[in-house]
Design a protein around this ligand. Structure first.
Ligand SMILES: [Zn+2]
Length: 464
């Protein structure tokens, strides 16, 4: 039986199981649903045992549980591959905007709608189907590489205990490559592999002046105004060419390679359509000398997320406000270190704070590291071949502008990452009416089925 035959013969059972899993409301951000996240972990462990994996365990954390499963390769010298994903989901508010109840999934016209259909239950579960298809095609009793799965339960609420989980279980998680299936490809017709994500530093800046709001007639013009200081500070974050002015901000930025620029330029990108998805923005804008895709994928940025100060209610209140505040986020690219950039932000704020104002920078955690996967690494090449076999067309490369726990995972395990995602940007991940394209989930399973043979052949040569 071929991989394709196995997958089409078992598609019905696959989607029935996926619906059952989606029906469990495993929202990690809602403490009232912690029991449901645990139930989701148990459901997955049982499903993986039913799939044939000899080991499928719940791994408890001080927060919400992860699932670990393993199927050793027939050949003990074969490489090991770890599949990472998550079984928790985003909250479903605003509920009134859903066309179907988020935890009563519905399939219609090849789309499966429900929270987690794409992010990430659908993309975790296709690995189980792909693994069975691989074995059905080979007739072997065990996979060609040792397959491990680590499916965490806190990804949508910041992966708080994930680093600890990795540290405690390093030995069992040891692997030669990490496969991440938790993201989109370029479009329905253009399969692609993501080769990097941006890092993140975010912070709240507060400037304090007088101990109370002051009468702007009696004191205005005679004392420093925190709101003026803040807008000058934020206004100076970019220069005329839209480069970020934090000291040393670009020192460690890895420049884009010609190959990367050329590959991005080959993606069928329509700026008008993209602007429509950008909330109907009326113009593309950003750092001079770079295309839109380069700006959002491969260049670091600084954004003001919110600003507040003084009187913002109805009517007038003529004051010099006592304080002013802003939230800012910095997206980082390969080479940049969140700790170093955090210090650079502190230095910038300190040097732009006028006399008589006190500044305070509160970082939102340690930040996320950027991650980058070399296109020509054997693991990525193997993934590209597997995906091309499944889709029957050329596979291109993308990056992601957002940030995730993947860089920390690769660093902790010392193994290269491979992103195989079959979601779409319009899947409404994190929004009402999340859906997955059912044919693409099956293509994901097919890709996964081929991937294990491709990786066995590639990684066995000892050059992960
Ligand atoms: Zn996800």
């Amino acid at each position: 039986m071929s991989v394709q035959e196995y997958i089409s013969a078992n598609a019905g059972g696959f989607f029935a199981a996926l619906k059952e899993w989606i029906a469990i409301p495993s929202v990690s951000g809602d403490p009232a649903l912690a029991g449901e996240v645990a139930r989701s972990a148990r459901w997955l462990a049982r499903h993986l045992r039913d799939t044939g994996l000899p080991t499928a365990e719940i791994w408890e954390t001080p927060g919400l549980p992860a699932v670990f499963a393993e199927w050793p390769a027939q050949d003990p010298r074969a490489p090991a591959v770890l599949v990472y994903g998550h079984h928790d989901v985003q909250p479903v508010t605003p509920l009134e905007e859903w066309q179907v109840p988020p935890f009563a999934p519905v399939d219609r016209n090849g789309q499966l709608t429900g929270r987690g259909a794409s992010d990430d239950k659908g993309q975790v579960l296709f690995h189980a189907l792909g693994l069975r298809a691989n074995l059905a095609a080979s007739g072997a009793g065990a996979p060609p590489v040792t397959i491990k799965l680590l499916i965490e339960g806190e990804e949508e609420s910041g992966s708080l205990h994930f680093a600890g989980l990795l540290r405690e279980n390093l030995e069992r998680l040891r692997c030669d490559a990490i496969v991440v299936s938790d993201g989109p490809m370029w479009s329905r017709d253009v399969p692609s592999i993501c080769i990097g994500t941006r890092g993140l530093v975010s912070a709240e800046i507060s400037l304090d002046g007088p101990a109370v709001d002051l009468h702007s007639g009696a004191f205005g013009g005679g004392v420093p105004n925190p709101a003026h200081a803040l807008v000058r500070m934020l206004g100076g974050l970019h220069d005329q060419r839209q480069r970020v002015t934090l000291p040393g901000f670009y020192d460690d930025v890895a420049p884009m390679t010609e190959r990367e620029r050329e590959l991005f330029a080959r993606l069928p990108f329509n700026e008008g359509e993209w602007l429509a998805t950008a909330g109907g923005s009326q113009a593309a804008y950003g750092e001079h000398g770079f295309s839109t895709l380069e700006r959002i994928w491969s260049r670091p940025t600084a954004e003001i997320n919110g600003i507040w100060a003084g009187h913002t209610g109805p009517g007038r209140k003529t004051i010099v406000p006592r304080s002013a505040h802003a939230k800012v986020s910095l997206r980082l690219v390969p080479g940049q270190d969140p700790a170093k950039i955090s210090q650079s932000l502190r230095d910038y704020v300190a040097s732009h704070t006028p006399p008589g104002i006190r500044a305070h920078v509160e970082l939102h955690g340690p930040g996320a590291r950027p991650c980058s996967v070399p296109i020509d690494s054997p693991a990525v090449q193997a993934a590209q071949r597997a995906m091309e076999r499944a889709f029957g067309t050329e596979v291109l490369f993308t990056r992601a502008g957002g940030s995730g726990p993947e860089a920390g995972l690769a660093e902790a395990l010392g193994a290269p990452l491979v992103f195989i995602g079959v979601g779409l940007d319009d899947d409404n991940a994190h929004a009402p009416n999340e859906k997955a394209e059912m044919p693409l989930l099956l293509k994901g399973a097919e890709t996964a089925a081929y991937l294990w043979d491709e990786l066995a052949a590639t990684l066995a040569r000892g050059q992960p």
